[in-house]
Ligand binder design. Structure first.
Ligand code: ATP
Ligand code: MG
Length: 394
C-alpha cells in the first residue's frame, strides 16, 4: 500500500463490507500518480451520508448538505462524500442543490479537470473515464466535458485552472484556455473567500509565473480584486517563500495600501500584519539598504520579502549577494528587549526616584545604546552607563 493511510483503506473496506461502492478520488489520486504526497484524502461512495454515519462511530457533519461526512478513524479525519451531481447553477457560485446519484461515473462527470476526475479502488485499480492519466503525462489541464459549460456553471474553476498551472507547472489545453477567455467575467460572481483560497495555493506553486501570465492572456485578471497592473521583475521574487509573501508581493507590485488589500481579500490578522510590515520595510529599502535598526525591528521573512521585491523592481537578479539576514540579526548584541540584562526594577533601585513613565523611556534608551554598541549588555556596564546619563539629564 503505497497510497493513502491504513485508516483510509479501512474506511473503503468497511463501506464495501456494507455493500457500498467506495473509491479514492480527486487530488489525492492525481498527486499519487504524479509521485507526490497527497495532503488530504477524499473518498467517494455510493452510501448516503446517514448510512456513512451508521457505519462509523466517530463522524463529524462537515457538509451534509453537499453529501460530505468527516469520518475520524485512528484519529485521522477522512472526508467521505456521497456520489453526487451538482444540479443547476443559477449564479456561477454554488449549485442550487446537489443530487445524490448511484453511479461513480456521474460523480466523476461533475469534477473540474480530467486529472481531478480520476478514481482508485482499494486494490489500486484506476478508473479513468476522461483520459486523466494521459493529460497528466503530457502536463495538460483539460476541463471535463464542454469547457465553456463547466466554467459557466462554476466560475471558480477558472481560478482553479490557473492555480493548477502554477502548482503543477502544466499548460492549458486550447479549448479550456479559450473558454476561460470567454467566461472570465463570470469570476466576479465568485466569493472572495473562494478566490483567496485558490490564490493562496497558487502563490505556493512551483511556477506562479505561469499563472500570472495566464491571468493576463485570458483576461481573468480583470475579474480578480486588486490584481496588480504591472508585475515588473516578478521572476526575481519567485518562488514565494510563503502565502503571505505572495500577498505582500501583490501589495508592492500593485502599489496598494496594506489595509485596502487586506480588506479586499479578507486577509487574516497574521497576513495583514505581515504585509503592513513589508510595506514599510519596502519603502525604506527603496531609499537605502537596511541599517541595524531595521535588522533589529523586522523579522527575517519581512526583511527577505522587502529585499526580494526591491530587487524585483530594480530587475536585479544578483542572488549570490542576497543578504544573510538571519546571520546578520544573530550578530546584533540583542535580538529583542527581553535579551537586556536589566529591567525597570533595576532602574528604580539605582535611581532612587519614584517610578513612573521615565523607567519605560530609559529602558528604550538602554535598548538603543546596547543595540548600537554604545554600551555592553552587562548589568554593571549598563548601570554605569545609566547613572552617568541619568544624572547628567536630570
Ligand atoms: P488540493 O491538492 O489542493 O487539495 P484538489 O484537487 O484535491 O487539490 P479540492 O478542493 O480538495 O482540490 O477538491 C477535491 C476534488 O473535488 C477535486 O480534485 C475535484 O475532483 C473536485 N472539485 C473541487 N472543486 C471543484 C469545482 N469547483 N468544480 C468541480 N470539481 C471540483
Ligand atoms: Mg484536496
Amino acid at each position: 500500500q503505497s497510497f493513502g493511510t491504513p485508516a483510509s483503506y479501512l474506511v473503503l473496506e468497511k463501506l464495501e463490507q456494507h455493500e457500498h461502492e467506495a473509491v479514492f478520488v480527486g487530488g489525492a489520486v492525481r498527486d499519487y500518480i504524479l509521485g507526490k504526497r497527497a495532503t488530504d484524502i477524499d473518498i467517494a461512495t455510493s452510501a448516503e451520508p446517514n448510512e456513512v454515519k451508521k457505519i462509523f462511530s466517530n463522524t463529524v457533519d462537515v457538509g451534509i448538505a453537499h453529501g460530505t461526512v468527516l469520518v475520524v478513524l485512528d484519529q485521522e479525519p477522512i472526508e467521505v462524500t456521497t456520489f453526487r451531481t451538482e444540479g443547476t447553477y443559477s449564479d456561477a457560485r454554488r449549485p442550487d442543490e446537489v443530487q445524490f446519484v448511484k453511479s461513480l461515473r456521474e460523480d466523476l462527470l461533475r469534477r473540474d479537470f480530467t486529472f481531478n476526475a480520476l478514481a482508485m479502488t482499494k486494490d489500486g485499480k484506476l478508473i479513468d473515464l476522461f483520459g486523466g492519466q494521459e493529460d497528466l503525462k503530457h502536463k495538460i489541464i483539460r476541463a471535463v466535458g464542454v469547457p465553456e459549460e463547466r466554467f459557466h456553471e462554476d466560475a471558480l474553476r477558472m481560478m482553479r485552472a490557473l492555480r493548477f498551472a502554477a502548482v503543477l507547472d502544466f499548460n492549458l489545453e486550447s479549448a479550456t484556455f479559450e473558454a476561460i477567455c470567454n467566461q472570465a467575467e463570470r469570476l466576479e460572481n465568485v466569493s472572495v473567500e473562494r478566490i483567496k483560497m485558490e490564490m493562496d495555493k497558487l502563490f505556493l506553486g512551483s511556477n506562479p509565473m505561469a499563472a500570472f501570465q495566464l491571468f493576463k492572456e485570458t483576461g481573468l485578471h480583470k475579474a480578480v480584486p486588486l490584481y496588480p497592473e504591472k508585475m515588473l521583475g516578478v521572476e526575481s521574487a519567485l518562488p514565494f517563500a510563503s502565502v503571505k509573501e505572495g500577498w505582500a508581493f501583490f501589495l508592492v507590485a500593485g502599489g496598494y495600501s496594506a489595509s485596502a488589500l487586506s480588506q479586499a481579500y479578507k486577509l487574516s490578522n497574521e497576513e495583514k500584519r505581515f504585509i503592513a510590515e513589508v510595506e514599510t520595510a519596502y519603502a525604506i529599502r527603496k531609499e537605502r539598504p537596511f541599517t541595524v535598526d531595521e535588522l533589529y525591528i523586522y523579522d527575517v521573512p519581512v526583511l527577505e520579502a522587502a529585499e526580494k521585491f526591491y530587487r524585483a523592481r530594480a530587475m536585479d537578479r544578483s542572488f549570490a549577494s542576497f543578504p544573510q539576514f538571519k546571520e546578520e540579526k544573530n550578530k546584533l548584541p540583542i535580538q529583542s528587549p527581553r535579551d537586556l540584562q536589566v529591567n525597570g526594577k533595576d532602574l528604580l533601585k539605582w535611581a532612587d526616584v519614584k517610578g513612573g513613565r521615565w523607567t519605560g523611556e530609559w529602558m528604550k534608551r538602554i535598548e538603543a545604546a546596547v543595540l548600537h554598541g554604545r554600551c555592553e549588555n552587562d548589568p554593571n556596564k549598563i548601570r554605569e552607563w545609566f547613572m552617568n546619563d541619568f544624572n547628567s539629564k536630570k
